[in-house]
Design a protein around this ligand. Structure first.
Ligand code: 1GP
Length: 239
């Protein structure tokens, strides 16, 4: 696949600038052996809380990327930037409207080589991102496969992201759809990973496993997902 700055990532922790995390917990997360930290959230993200979290993570060597979900939270100084685009919504502002407004304002400052689009397919209708964007989360396997092909083979997005935030997903659907992604795109999965076992299942289906909320509810379980992902057997599709 294209050699992007995130190509080698198998395990990622996603931290929410709007949530409290002690220095001890952050230390454990940053030294866990995870491949990267992603900063992002669907609500309550501000310039101040994003800068604050970035500067705390910056004390560690782990790569740190920002998922830019609002203009308020667009902060310089990260190693990389993801620009989410919701693919399963009819509301154009969530596909490219807000993103284009962002470029209108900040287009001259964007570090293009470290910036990548993420095609989000949101599959949990209860997730905040689904409600905000009006995502049609009730898609079946064939529809998700079609959207995955659209995202990776026609639009050639560098990332397609199966998002179940807050709930563990249908791994059979995810596995089948991920298998149809173009080889030049990275497939991310996130949602409801709260144990090593669930982390392993996701890691057997996709390229990159994103672990979020469990960090704030059960840190030990969160940490256990790192080794589970690294040890999982996964054969990357070849196109
Ligand atoms: C959220 O995909 C991530 O955007 C992770 O989901 O918080 O449910 O782990 P969880």
């Amino acid at each position: 696949m294209a050699n992007e700055w995130f190509t080698g990532w198998r395990h990622v922790f996603k931290l929410d600038p709007d949530k409290e995390l002690t220095d001890e917990a952050l230390d454990a997360i940053c030294l866990s052996g995870t491949d990267a930290i992603m900063v992002g959230g669907s609500s309550g993200v501000t310039f101040e809380n994003t800068v604050d979290l970035m500067s705390r993570i910056r004390r560690y060597e782990v790569p740190c990327a920002l998922e830019v979900s609002s203009m308020d939270g667009a902060v310089p100084g990260f190693d990389g930037y993801f620009i989410p685009m919701v693919l399963n919504t009819d509301r154009a502002e969530w596909i490219l409207g807000h993103q284009t407004m962002g470029l209108l304002e900040y287009g001259t400052f964007v570090p293009w080589d470290e910036t990548a689009a993420e095609g989000y397919i949101i599959l949990n209708g209860e997730a905040t991102a689904a409600k905000l964007s009006g995502a049609n989360a009730g898609l079946g396997t064939q529809e998700v496969i079609a959207l995955t092909r659209m995202a990776t083979r026609i639009m050639k997005l560098p990332v397609v992201y199966f998002e179940y935030s807050g709930r563990f997903g249908d791994m059979e659907l995810v596995r089948q759809a991920a298998a149809q992604a173009g080889a030049d795109s990275r497939v991310f999965y996130g949602g409801g990973i709260d144990s090593a076992e669930r982390a392993r299942q996701a890691a057997e289906a996709v390229d990159t496993v994103v672990v979020g909320n469990v960090i704030y509810t059960d840190l030990d379980k969160a940490l256990s997902t790192v080794a589970a992902v690294k040890d999982a057997s996964y054969v990357r599709r070849n196109g």
